[in-house]
Design a protein around this ligand. Sequence first.
Ligand code: PGA
Length: 252
Amino acid sequence: MRTPLIAGNWKMHKTLPEARELVGAIRTGIEQLPDGRVDVVICPPYQLLFPMAKAIAGSRIMMGAQNAHFESQGAFTGEVSVPMLKDTGCTHVIIGHSERRQLFGEDNALLAKKVRAVVNAGLTAIYCVGETLEERERNETQQVVDRQIREVLAREIAPERLVIAYEPVWAIGTGRTATPSQAQEVHAFVRGKLQGIYDQRAADSVRILYGGSVKPGNAGELLAQPDIDGALVGGACLVAADFLAIIRAVFH
Ligand code: PGA
């Protein structure tokens, strides 16, 4: 059985006082959750990683970064490496978010190096895939997702260190969500691709998250789909009550 995973991608939000308040509220809410299995990861921006590690210490909340360089050190002004992230207490790193692909020109070749850097350092990569609106309208969703998987993942990447997030670009930050059946269809397709790279057992063990305008009101029906194993939440993770409601949806 795959343990559901709810990850919050804070993007470029929150100063230290704001972050302390948010995490304090999430922490309190999580202590009151019903018994049951759920993994929770927060992904704050870089400047908050050390203080947030302190703020979650002793709780079940884990921490991830939103990006990383593929080299472990060197003359790369403005970049942060995976060993540095590990130092802060990060266990996860989001790789290939559509904003990195679209706004910062990250392509599959670069992302292949980044996923390897994360996994080889013993951290878990949350690797994002997803099509744009034009690609969906041209019926190219599977083709695009297939390339994003084929050109980045490979057998040598330990499946235990891998989480996939399917995030249709047209649903991110737009309030438009994929319907549960649209999402399930792509998730099942992704699992089939993982089976081709690894084997059935590994494909059955990798968690595939849905992301794109996940809110308290739609989380339940998305998470009820057989191949949706959690959510990568943007906007709604910045409000403790909403993030907690999405986590609670796992138990329904
Ligand atoms: P959203 O963002 O929930 O605000 O749509 C999701 C994401 O970008 O991971």
